[in-house]
Design a binder for this molecule. Structure first.
Ligand code: UDX
Length: 432
C-alpha cells in the first residue's frame, strides 16, 4: 500500500520505517530539511534501538523515501499525521500549531477515497474539528493513537499490544483500510478496538494518565517510607504480586519524564478544565506535584550526605536521558537533578551513554565526560538513569576511583547490600 507519514520525529520516523518493513511503499515527510537529509542517508536523528537497521533496509529496498515536499504525499492511499503536540509555553495545554499546519498543507494533496489518519496525541475534540477540513476532499479521517515507548519503539509499532481505530459514524471503509495497513499485526491476533473519535483520543491520554498515576502512587509511598523506615522497593514487590496491581511501573525513584507522560497529563488537565470537568482529573495535578518533588528529594539527599552543602564538591551524575535506551532529555528528571546540583554550586560531571549531545545543547553550563571522568575523585555519585552498564558496575572498582564512597541511587536500581558491603554509604529513594 502507498503510505505517507507527515512528521518524522520520534513517532513518525519509526512509523515510516516500520511500515516500509511490513512491505508498504512509504514516503516520510517533514519540514525540517536537516532531519530529512539524515533519515534519507539512513542516519536516525535520535537514538532508538533497531531503527538504524530498519531504515537501512527500507532505503535499500526502495520502499522507503523521505522528502520535505508535502506534494509528495499525493497518490498515497493512507496519510498518517504524526507531528508533535508539545506543551504550550503559556500553560499546560497542548500546542496544536503543528497538527493544524500539517492538515492545512496536506489537504490540497488528498483525494477522494483516501484515508487521513491522525496519530498525534491531541486534546479530545480535535479529530471532530479536523474531520471538517478533510470532508471537502472526499477523503476519510480516522484517529489511531500510538502507544510506543521510546527504546522499544520499533517493537511497539510492528507488534503493538492493541490497535485503536477512532472512526466517523458508520465509516467502516476506514477500518478496512487500517486493517490492511496493519495486516501483519491483525492476522497475528492483535486486539483491534474500533471507537468514535472522542474515545480514541481519550484512550491515549487515559493510558498515559494511568501510567503516570501508578508511578506517582509508588513515589508517594516512598515519601511515607522515608519517614517510617519502611522500604518502598519491598513494598512494591509485595503489592505487585497481586495480579490486579502488577509489579510493572511501580519502580520508585526520581520519577517520570520524557516527551509524553508529563505533557500529556498537563494537557489532559487543561482540556478537562475547558470542558468544565476539571475536578474529574484534579488528582493529576497531585500526580505531577509528587513527581516533581522526587527530583528535589534526590538533590536534598546529596546535600545531606555531603554535610549540608554541595558547594565546590564534585558530584558524578550517572545518566541524563529520561530513561535508559534513549537519548531523549525532554523533561528528564536526571538532567533536572544535575542542573539543580550545579545551581547549588556543585562541580557536576555528568555522563550518559547516549544523551550527552542533547543535554549539552540544553545546558551548556554543565560539565560532561566519560564514566571514568565523572567518577574520578568524586565526593558523591548519583545514579539517575538506570542504563544496564550502570546497573552492572562493580562497587569495589568504582570505590577505587572516587574520593568518597557516597552513592545516591535515584532509581533504586542497585543492590544496597552489595554496595554497602563494599564500603559505600548507599542511599535509595524511599529506602532505609
Ligand atoms: C510513554 C508510554 O509508556 C507510552 O505508551 C506512550 O506512547 C508514550 O509515553 P515513554 O515516554 O517512552 O512512553 O516512557 P515510559 O517507558 O513509559 O517511561 C516514562 C517515564 O517513567 C520514564 O522517565 C521512566 O524512567 C519513568 N518510570 C517508568 C518510573 O519512574 N518508574 C517506573 O516504574 C516506570
Amino acid at each position: 500500500m502507498r503510505i505517507s507519514v507527515i512528521g518524522c520525529g520520534y513517532l513518525g520516523a519509526v512509523h515510516a520505517a516500520s511500515m516500509a518493513s511490513l512491505g508498504h511503499d512509504v514516503v516520510g515527510i517533514d519540514v525540517d530539511a536537516e532531519k530529512i537529509e539524515a533519515l534519507a542517508a539512513g542516519r536516525p536523528p535520535f537514538y532508538e534501538p533497531d531503527l538504524p537497521e530498519l531504515l537501512a533496509g527500507g532505503l535499500a529496498s526502495g520502499r522507503l523515501r523521505f522528502s520535505t515536499d508535502i506534494a509528495d504525499a499525493a497518490g498515497s492511499l493512507v496519510h498518517f499525521v504524526a507531528v508533535g503536540t508539545p506543551q504550550l509555553r503559556t500553560g499546560g495545554g497542548a500546542d496544536l500549531t503543528y497538527v493544524d499546519a500539517a492538515f492545512a498543507s496536506l489537504m490540497p494533496h488528498v483525494a477522494s477515497g483516501e484515508l487521513v489518519v491522525g496519530k498525534s496525541t491531541v486534546p479530545v475534540g480535535t479529530a471532530a474539528r479536523l474531520a471538517k477540513l478533510v470532508e471537502p476532499t472526499g477523503a476519510m479521517l480516522a484517529w489511531n493513537p500510538e502507544f510506543l515507548r521510546e527504546g522499544y519503539a520499533v517493537k511497539d509499532t510492528v507488534t503493538p499490544d492493541r490497535l485503536v481505530y477512532g472512526i466517523a459514524d458508520g465509516q467502516t471503509a476506514s477500518v478496512d483500510l487500517l486493517n490492511e495497513v496493519y495486516a501483519t499485526a491483525v492476522s497475528a491476533g492483535t486486539p483491534v478496538v474500533v471507537t468514535d473519535y472522542a474515545t480514541a483520543e481519550l484512550v491515549k491520554v487515559a493510558a498515559n494518565a494511568f501510567l503516570a498515576t501508578k508511578i506517582s502512587f509508588i513515589n508517594a509511598m516512598a515519601e511515607i517510607a522515608e519517614v517510617t523506615g519502611a522500604d518502598v522497593t519491598q513494598l512494591a514487590d509485595a503489592i505487585g504480586y497481586d495480579v490486579r496491581i502488577g509489579r510493572k511501573f511501580l519502580n520508585a525513584g526520581v520519577g517520570f519524564g520524557g516527551g509524553c507522560l508529563p505533557k500529556d497529563i498537563r494537557a489532559f488537565t487543561a482540556r478537562a478544565e475547558e470542558l468544565g470537568r476539571g475536578e474529574s482529573v484534579a488528582f493529576l495535578k497531585e500526580v505531577d506535584a509528587i513527581n516533581l518533588r522526587r527530583r528535589q528529594r534526590a538533590v536534598n539527599m546529596v546535600v545531606e550526605e555531603l554535610g549540608g552543602s554541595v558547594f565546590r564538591k564534585k558530584v558524578a551524575v550517572l545518566g541524563l536521558a529520561f530513561k535508559p535506551d534513549s537519548d531523549d532529555v525532554r523533561d528528564s528528571p536526571a538532567l533536572d537533578v544535575a542542573v539543580q546540583l550545579h545551581g547549588l554550586g556543585a562541580h557536576v560531571v555528568a555522563t550518559d551513554p547516549e544523551a550527552i549531545p542533547n543535554s549539552r545543547r540544553l545546558h551548556p553550563q554543565l560539565s560532561f565526560g566519560t564514566l571514568d571522568e565523572a567518577l574520578d575523585g568524586a565526593d558523591a555519585v548519583v545514579l539517575l538513569t538506570e542504563w544496564k552498564q550502570y546497573r552492572a558496575l562493580n562497587p569495589s572498582s568504582v570505590a577505587s576511583k572516587v574520593a568518597h564512597p557516597i552513592l545516591v541511587d535515584g532509581r533504586n536500581a542497585l543492590d544496597a547490600d552489595t554496595w554497602r558491603a563494599a564500603g559505600w554509604t548507599y542511599r535509595g529513594l524511599g529506602r532505609p
